[in-house]
Design a protein around this ligand. Structure first.
Ligand SMILES: [Zn+2]
Length: 452
């Protein structure tokens, strides 16, 4: 028993077979990793409606239901097929459990995924054909969007766009014209899509086979040519719709990306994706509208205004931080001068950001080195909103810093930081502070240090 070759699979002969397709298991081989541990199985079926990846279309997924075999207890058992790969002329179904050769299985495919793939794939054929016929613009390559990967498990609305790489950029007018032409071929004048199979002995000389995969032996295999009415004919192994009307709709955007010199990526999506895209964009727009309390068309203007305001507020904050830091550092200097033990502290309890503390340190540092032989300063900030804090310990001595870090660490459970081994500055963060810890800290500082 030999499996049907890729090129003549049931899914390629009738792309609308989605379930209840009966076939036989021809072989089942374990997949082993480098340590010879079995990591699933590769199954060859006599024929299949699960498409292995090819022609820019990803592989199908689905499941096999055992319907006939020697082991009656396994009847009706469903085994999921994660993906199907092509090895030379044959399709390999990747599964987690083995199935005995000779067993009859019934295949069901993920219909929603397949229909989506066929709409994008067939849409690409039509788009490339119209571009070539109308403007003599060539499609160099294409890529299907909307594919979840380990690297990108969650997709943004824009990730659902496919692109074709063209040999030049299109103008906005051309994009509009192309969109109109394709919509006419979807709605007004739908074109029948047919597939012609050629086997090795047929004359295939008039077909461009340059894009056939190298490991597909055409002398033994099947060459498939996809015809869209009289508009286009192209060799392709993928699964296609039966009519351009089934593409449903197309969305082509004018924003393109320049690649490889003067080439351009043109982004588009087809079918149900267009409506799904509209829904997700509508949701984002509605949320923004609510946040800004404005109409939808005012969202860009409001966003721009908010950004400008934020920049101004940041500038203003920077100004006041610098000004306050100057005052605090002056206070610390005079407190230190008056202090017998040369120990002083500053505490900001509301908006004590690290930025403020570092600015105080910057104002103080040169002066400290010049005026004091010995000193211990603690600059502490608490941010009430976030319940976090920052802390700087300044001293001429690394040992003094070390013992202060130990003391403060005994009061604050979540204090972490570093620096100041040879004196200078130790910088720390307090990721959360309880009320009791905060009380213990202020109590310690007010007893052992002088407040500025
Ligand atoms: Zn195709």
């Amino acid at each position: 028993m030999k499996p049907v070759m890729v090129g003549a699979l049931a899914c390629q002969r009738d792309s609308f077979l989605f379930d209840r397709f009966k076939t036989l298991v021809v072989s089942c081989e374990p997949k082993k990793d480098k340590d010879s541990i079995t990591k699933g199985y590769e199954i060859e079926l006599q024929d299949t409606i699960l498409f292995p990846e090819g022609g820019g279309q990803p592989s199908d997924s689905g499941f096999l239901k055992i319907v006939e075999g020697n082991d009656s207890s396994s009847i009706n058992k469903k085994i999921s097929v994660s993906h199907v790969s092509r090895s030379g002329l044959y399709a390999k179904h990747h599964v987690k459990e083995p199935i005995e050769p000779g067993v009859t299985v019934e295949i069901t495919i993920d219909e929603v995924k397949r229909l989506d793939c066929m709409q994008q794939h067939t849409g690409q054929h039509l788009l490339s054909a119209v571009l070539e016929n109308k403007y003599k613009v060539n499609t160099v390559s294409w890529s299907m969007g909307g594919i979840v990967t380990e690297k990108k498990p969650v997709l943004e609305p824009s990730d659902y766009f496919n692109y074709i790489e063209l040999n030049r950029k299109l103008t906005e007018i051309e994009v509009t014209e192309i969109s109109d032409d394709i919509n006419r071929l979807i709605i007004n004048f739908p074109q029948e899509i047919t597939v012609v199979e050629r086997v090795s002995e047929d004359d295939a000389s008039e077909v461009n086979v340059s894009k056939m995969p190298d490991d597909y032996d055409l002398s033994k295999g099947v060459l498939r040519t996809i015809h869209i009415g009289n508009i286009d004919s192209n060799p392709c192994c993928g699964t296609h719709l039966k009519s351009t009307s089934q593409i449903g709709s197309i969305l082509i955007i004018t924003n393109q990306t320049a690649v490889r010199g003067s080439n351009s990526r043109l982004y588009f999506m087809c079918g149900k994706r267009v409506a799904d895209h509209a829904k997700s964009i509508k949701k984002i727009l509605s949320n923004s509208k609510e946040l800004f309390r404005c109409s939808e068309s005012q969202v860009p203007e409001k966003t721009e205004r908010q950004c400008k305001q934020l920049q101004q507020l940041n500038k203003r904050e920077q100004y006041w931080i610098r000004k306050l830091a100057r005052f605090v550092s002056e206070d610390l200097k005079s407190t230190l001068e008056a202090s017998e033990k040369k120990r002083a502290y500053f505490m900001e309890e509301e908006f004590g950001t690290l930025e403020l503390l570092l600015q105080v340190f910057k104002e103080l540092f040169v002066y400290l080195k010049e005026k004091f032989e010995v000193y211990e300063i603690i600059i502490c900030g608490y941010e009430r909103q976030t319940g976090t804090g920052s802390l700087l310990i300044l001293s001429e001595s690394g040992e003094k810093i070390f013992s202060l870090v130990a003391k403060l660490g005994s009061l604050l459970q979540n204090l972490k930081g570093g620096g100041g081994k040879n004196g200078g500055k130790w910088q720390g963060k307090i990721t959360s502070i309880s009320n009791a810890e905060f009380a213990a800290l202020t109590n310690y500082l007010s007893h052992d240090f002088i407040s500025c």
